[in-house]
Design a protein. Structure first.
Length: 323
């Protein structure tokens, strides 16, 4: 963490700050956090959560303070307390194990991730081998691959993987994608796959979720006109890390992922007249507000908000929390 520098140490030169729209929480993240909060309210503490509910350190720490206990695996949870499954989704074996122990569990899987699971099962039932475009080890990928028997899904991470992929026997093929990927990188991988396998069908709808797409489009606009782009988000957040990549590809000279304002190295602002600010889908708005305040403390900042997609999507909570 950088030592705080008094505002008087800065010349308060003019600086334009462009705020991306949309930014921060998406509907799936908001729903997942609400599920943990409502579970604690309804059943009392502790409520166990398998894996981080969303990939943001500040969100996790706040929920811990309310009575959530985060664990890596289900066997760390007592059978007599509620357990919540994270927004990233889980393999089928996890709810099966919870049922066998007669546990009360709440599934906070984002409905758009659940849609990918349903599509994967549909393709498998039709006899197709599934190519999953995603990042190895990411909880969402682990959860999606865990919907089907071993060997039913092949993971492809890069265009090089796409060139090396070999069809298992004469099986027809289908594909799915992790919902938080770079739209442009995924298009490149798909182009390589479709060149080799022209019969590869399109999914019914794009797997990359609307929130990821909207935030990446907003960051492209920032990257085109800002020398520096700051993305608020935790380092283990896939969608946040992709926003940094997108900003650089769009033309920003520099782009940085920061957990909060304390992560900022103010030398990044040397020679910068326009800075863009956004946040990953799991980063709460107060972190963005605190970053803007820190910038205002040091510069004569004019803050503008870019015009972008307005999101009105919302997802229902599990009936166990609303009945």
């Amino acid at each position: 963490m950088n030592a705080p520098v008094p505002p008087s140490a800065f010349d308060r030169r003019p600086l334009t700050v462009r705020l991306a729209t949309p930014r921060g929480f998406c509907a799936g993240v908001d729903r997942a956090i609400q599920i943990v909060e409502r579970a604690i309210e309804k059943f009392g503490a502790p409520v166990y959560v398998r894996h981080e509910i969303v990939h943001n350190r500040h969100v996790v720490e706040r929920l811990k303070g309310m009575g959530a206990v985060f664990v890596k695996e289900l066997d760390e949870c007592p059978a007599d307390r509620p357990v919540v499954f994270s927004a990233h989704g889980v393999p089928k074996s996890v709810p099966a194990a919870a049922r066998s122990r007669e546990m009360l569990f709440l599934d906070a899987t984002c409905p758009l991730v659940s849609k990918v699971h349903v599509e994967a099962e549909r393709h498998h039932a039709a006899g197709r081998h599934i190519i999953l475009i995603g990042h190895a080890g990411h909880p969402e990928v682990v959860g999606t691959m865990g919907q089907l028997p071993p060997g039913a899904i092949s993971l492809v991470e890069t265009t090089e993987d796409a060139e090396r992929f070999q069809r298992p026997g004469d099986q027809p093929l289908a594909y799915a994608t992790q919902t938080t990927l770079s739209v442009d990188d995924t298009a490149d991988i798909l182009a390589a796959l479709k060149r080799r396998f022209p019969e590869l069908p399109d999914p019914h709808k794009e797997d990359i979720c609307y929130a990821t797409t909207n935030r990446q489009e907003a960051v492209k606009r920032l990257g085109e006109g800002c020398q520096l782009v700051l993305v608020v988000g935790s380092k283990n957040s896939s969608n946040s890390a992709r926003l940094v990549d997108v900003a650089l590809k769009a033309g920003a000279k520099d782009a940085r992922l920061v957990d909060d304002a304390s992560d900022v190295d103010w030398t990044w602002f040397d020679g910068v007249t326009t800075v863009g600010v956004t946040a990953g889908a799991s980063a709460p708005e107060p972190l963005i507000e605190a970053l803007i305040d820190a910038i205002r403390d040091r510069f004569d900042a004019v803050v503008t908000e870019d015009d972008g997609a307005r999101e009105t999507v919302s997802f229902k909570l599990p009936r166990a929390l609303t009945a």
